[in-house]
Every structure is written in structure tokens, then in C-alpha cells.
Design a protein around this ligand. Structure first.
Ligand code: HEM
Ligand code: HEM
Length: 176
């Protein structure tokens, strides 16, 4: 039987967690409704929004990772070592993928000759030369990893619901 957790993530960590959730929801909605991207496609309309929200996700994730390293996790919940390992792996992979996967999209955008910005105002450097074959492959990987990220989020959500409804150990409250 797991012990009830009373400690929580601090307010800023909780705000960042739910901000990322909202941005991710919007980002997938945009990815699945924006026009198909082919050779010569211009970054306009929903595509621009996909790039803008994407770079904001990278920026917020970097802040989040720094904050996590500075503040650490609240007191760990008593659970089995294997459950702890699964949670640690899922969280670690979520942090890594939420930086790596969007950066791959950025590399692909650069290889298309698109200018990527932060908040539509701050110009970001091109991460690959226009027409780069590597940039082309990064676009394919960006799409494949988007599914991997979604699977991981599903696993994370299942874990959160399992803690809340089956174990009833207060883990959801740590982030709520
Ligand atoms: C967590 C953040 C992101 C997620 C979840 C995400 C998700 C996706 C998905 C699902 C697609 C495939 C769309 C389709 O089926 O047609 C896609 C395509 C694309 N995304 Fe992202 N994206 C993210 C961030 C970014 C960023 C930061 C950029 C660039 C600055 C970007 C640029 C692109 C480009 C250029 C494509 C087209 C790739 C190609 O067709 O080769 N994405 N994204
Ligand atoms: C886009 C979707 C999501 C992403 C990317 C995400 C990401 C993360 C990450 C990286 C952590 C680790 C925090 C840390 O230790 O620094 C975390 C923790 C947590 N998340 Fe999420 N999350 C998402 C959605 C959700 C949802 C929908 C729920 C609840 C229904 C949830 C509940 C929690 C809880 C309770 C924790 C704390 C776990 C613990 O104390 O060990 N998350 N999330």
C-alpha cells in the first residue's frame, strides 16, 4: 500500500507543467490541421502558428529543466522500486523528447529556408543550411517522434489516473 503524499511541486513548477500541457494540446491540433508541407510550401497561416508555438515549447521546457535542477522533486512517494523506475524513465524521456523533437522540426524548417522566430519577434538562428539532406531527414524523424511523444504522454496520463483512482495516494495532488 502506497503512503499518502502530502508534499507538492512548488507553484512555479506546477504552472509550467500545466502551461506545457496546454501548449502541447494546441500544438498537436495545429500539426493535424495545418496544410500538408511539401517542397516549396511557404510558412504561412497555421504553419506559422506551428513554428511559433513550437519554439515557445522549447523555451518553456528549457526554463522548466533549469527550475527542476535547481529545486529538485518534492519528497518522493513511497512505492515499489519498479514503479519508481517507470515513473523516472517516463519523466526523463518526456523532458528529453520535449526538447529534441521540436528542435528536429526547427532543423527541418531551416533546411526549407524558413526563418524561425521566438514570439514572432526574436529571430532564431538557422540550425541547418537551406536544402540540407540532414534537415530533410530531421523532418521525417520529427513526425515519427511526435507519435513517440504522444505514446509517452498516454503512458504518463495512465500513470496519473492509476495513482489517483486505484492507489489513491495523492500523487495527482502533487501537481494539481
Ligand atoms: C512539441 C512540439 C512539436 C510537436 C508535438 C510537433 C508535431 C508535429 C507533427 C505531428 C507534425 C506532422 C504533421 C503532419 O502530419 O502533416 C509536424 C510537422 C512539422 N513540424 Fe512540428 N511539432 C513540434 C514543434 C515544431 C517546431 C519547434 C518546429 C519548427 C520551428 C516544427 C516544424 C515542423 C515542420 C517544418 C513540419 C513538417 C515536417 C515535414 O513534413 O518534413 N515543429 N510537427
Ligand atoms: C502534454 C502532457 C504532459 C506532459 C508533457 C507532462 C510532463 C510531465 C513531467 C515531465 C513530469 C515530471 C515532473 C518532474 O518530476 O519534474 C510530470 C509530472 C506529473 N504529471 Fe504530467 N505531463 C503531462 C500531462 C499530465 C496530465 C494530463 C496529468 C494528470 C491528469 C499529469 C499529472 C502529473 C503528475 C501528478 C505529476 C507528478 C508525478 C510525481 O509526483 O511523481 N500530467 N508531468
Amino acid at each position: 500500500m502506497a503512503a499518502i503524499s502530502t508534499s507538492r511541486y512548488d507553484q512555479f513548477a506546477r504552472a509550467l507543467h500545466w502551461l506545457i500541457v496546454a501548449l502541447i494540446v494546441v500544438q498537436y491540433a495545429l500539426a493535424w490541421t495545418m496544410p500538408a508541407i511539401h517542397k516549396g510550401t511557404q510558412p504561412v497561416g497555421l504553419i506559422t502558428w506551428h513554428l511559433e508555438i513550437g519554439t515557445v515549447i522549447i523555451a518553456v521546457m528549457l526554463v522548466r529543466i533549469v527550475w527542476r535542477l535547481l529545486r529538485r522533486e518534492p519528497e518522493v512517494v513511497e512505492t515499489t522500486p519498479s514503479m519508481r523506475l517507470v515513473a523516472r524513465l517516463t519523466h526523463g524521456l518526456l523532458y528529453a523528447l520535449l526538447v529534441v523533437q521540436p528542435v528536429m522540426g526547427w532543423i527541418n524548417a531551416s533546411s526549407r529556408g524558413w526563418h524561425v522566430t521566438l514570439f514572432g519577434a526574436i529571430p532564431l538562428p538557422a540550425l541547418s543550411p537551406t536544402g540540407s539532406p540532414l534537415g530533410h531527414e530531421m523532418g521525417d524523424l520529427h513526425q515519427v517522434l511526435a507519435w513517440g511523444l504522444l505514446g509517452l504522454i498516454g503512458l504518463h496520463l495512465a500513470g496519473a489516473l492509476y495513482h489517483h483512482f486505484i492507489l489513491r495516494d495523492g500523487v495527482l495532488r502533487r501537481m494539481a
